[in-house]
Design a protein around this ligand. Structure first.
Ligand SMILES: Nc1ncnc2c1ncn2[C@@H]1O[C@H](COP(=O)(O)OP(=O)(O)O)[C@@H](O)[C@H]1O
Ligand SMILES: [Mg+2]
Length: 199
């Protein structure tokens, strides 16, 4: 299979499920033969973006650094999975145009649910006024209007969310359909049709 890489860009509020879904997706895509690299906002902030804060300019620079790395990976045949709040529509639009092969995934978890999850306790701190510039509380989140994939994490498990994204990537023809083990790999009309991309 010829591998044209692409960037899978997960955006959403803090605690929406970006990191969890990205981690669930990584082995699934690797199992299908794709090189995958996770670019998680929090991890990038420990290294490449260690100098940045949470003001608008910093968030824009953070997103542009991640965009640059994702572009290099995608053009070399990998799937960079970006898990980044990326609250500004303009930063996401820039990522889309710079990278080209770009699939935006909007993790739509509503604020009330994110705040209940509060994985890192940041909503609580923001509500108490201990921290500021918290996305969703006192900093904006511009919800995507043109995301290729919209994933709802309220009803299902992280694994179900990851499977849904895989299914959408197949439907949108970014990845080939999984080869089902119960069918023969070669021979037979079903296999031929599938190999021809008609299954
Ligand atoms: N369908 C789902 N997809 C992703 N996370 C989910 C889902 N359902 C529940 N969760 C929980 O929501 C939390 C999301 O946290 P995290 O992935 O760190 O969010 P983010 O990276 O967006 O800040 C985790 O505790 C995860 O177990
Ligand atoms: Mg995260």
């Amino acid at each position: 299979m010829s591998h044209h890489g692409f960037c899978l860009w997960l955006t959403g509020l803090p605690s929406a499920g970006k990191t969890t879904i990205a981690k669930a997706l990584t082995p699934k895509l690797k199992a299908r033969g794709w090189p995958v690299e996770l670019l998680d906002g929090d991890e990038v902030r420990m290294g490449l973006s260690a100098d940045l804060g949470f003001d608008r300019k910093s968030r824009e620079v953070h997103a542009s650094r991640v965009t640059f790395v994702a572009k290099l990976l995608a053009r070399n045949g990998a799937i960079p999975i970006v898990a980044l709040i990326s609250p500004y529509a303009s930063s996401r639009a820039k990522a889309r145009s710079d990278i080209g092969a770009f699939v935006e995934v909007y993790v739509t978890t509503p604020l009330e649910v994110c705040e209940q999850r509060d994985v890192k306790g940041l909503y609580k701190k923001a509500r108490a006024g201990v921290i500021h510039e918290m996305t969703g509380i006192d900093d904006p989140y511009e919800a995507p209007t043109n995301a290729e994939i919209v994933v709802d994490t309220v009803a299902g498990t992280p694994d179900e969310s990851a499977e849904y994204i895989l299914h959408e990537l197949e439907r949108l023809k970014w990845i080939a359909p999984a080869v089902e083990s119960r069918e023969p790999l070669v021979g037979g009309p079903a296999a031929s049709a599938r190999l021809a991309g008609n299954a």
